[in-house]
Design a protein around this ligand. Structure first.
Ligand SMILES: NC(=O)c1ccc[n+]([C@@H]2O[C@H](COP(=O)([O-])OP(=O)(O)OC[C@H]3O[C@@H](n4cnc5c(N)ncnc54)[C@H](O)[C@@H]3O)[C@@H](O)[C@H]2O)c1
Length: 258
């Protein structure tokens, strides 16, 4: 599903500079698309150039502002800082930041080395902090903003075979709460979203077996697959002025997983 007449439109997002990490595919691509269809000025960072160009092409003629793609590996903090600078030079001060880039490669805990552990933290956690650090001064000078960090229900439910990812996703909740209080006086809100099992292209390709699908339907209260747009619409709400009193919070989008 994409933005249609049956879903909300947010006047406060029109022409708003928005930056999304990991926006070339999966949930990030849906977030890019949904913001662009709301009339926002979107910049997105990703390592994957091909899917990014494809996404931009798919929006051609459908959006007022063509999204700006800046190729960047978010684990390289120097490159990340240059990319956020480049985005702000084109869009103006970013008012909405969506920290979404991640990598959920599975790993056997007995084989994890210190280097692998650090790598998981770098791709799943560290860049959240450094994008906030880079963009919050501009947000503050412009009158405030909204930061949305992507966590996961993975740390709330029994998850095996992926402990470093799960640890990073739990830490994102702590980071969210810490930064909500650091930045609240600057009128910057910080919240996080915890998706459940969302059927993206990567999930379908790598992990979506008939057994996993059966488990999802068993666990979820809602007996249907969840899609990237289901998560993106929560992100839109948290970015828009409609949620201006909401900060320091976590929002679960999982179809009622138990
Ligand atoms: N899909 C799910 O079921 C699910 C569930 C819970 C949480 N989440 C969270 O939602 C977010 C999006 O997940 P997704 O399923 O769309 O992931 P995905 O793997 O499909 O997409 C992630 C995007 O981030 C990019 N990326 C990865 N490493 C990068 C790097 N070093 N630098 C720049 N870009 C990089 C990828 O190229 C890709 O475009 C993640 O934070 C993930 O943890 C997803």
């Amino acid at each position: 599903m994409t933005v249609s007449d049956q879903f909300a439109r947010y006047p406060s997002l029109r022409d708003k500079p928005v930056l999304i990490t990991g926006g070339a595919s999966g949930i990030g691509a849906a977030i890019v698309e949904e913001f662009a269809l709301q009339g926002a000025k979107v910049a997105f960072l990703d390592v994957a150039s091909g899917p990014a160009q494809e996404l931009i092409r798919s929006l051609d003629g459908r959006v007022e502002h063509e999204p700006l793609f800046v190729q960047c590996d978010v684990t390289d903090i120097g490159a990340l800082r240059s990319a956020t600078d480049a985005a702000q030079a084109r869009l103006g001060a970013v008012r909405v930041l969506v920290n979404n880039a991640a990598n959920d490669d599975r790993h056997d805990f007995e084989l994890v080395t210190p280097e692998y552990w650090d790598g998981r933290m770098n791709v799943n956690l560290r860049h959240h902090f450094f994008t906030i650090q880079a963009l919050s001064p501009g947000m503050s000078s412009a009158g405030g903003g909204s930061v949305i960090n992507m966590s996961s229900i993975a740390w709330m439910i029994p998850s095996t075979g992926i402990p470093a990812y799960v640890t990073a996703k739990a830490a994102i909740v702590g980071l969210t709460r810490a930064m909500a209080h650091e930045l609240g006086p600057s009128n910057i809100r910080v919240n996080c979203v915890l998706p459940g099992a969302v059927l993206t292209e990567r999930q379908r390709r790598l992990w979506w077996t008939p057994e996993y699908e059966a488990e999802i339907m068993n666990r979820q209260a809602l007996k249907r697959s969840l899609f990237a747009d289901d998560v993106a619409r929560m992100v839109l709400f948290l970015a828009a002025d409609d949620s201006w009193a909401i900060t320091n919070q976590s929002f679960i989008v999982d179809g009622g997983w138990v």
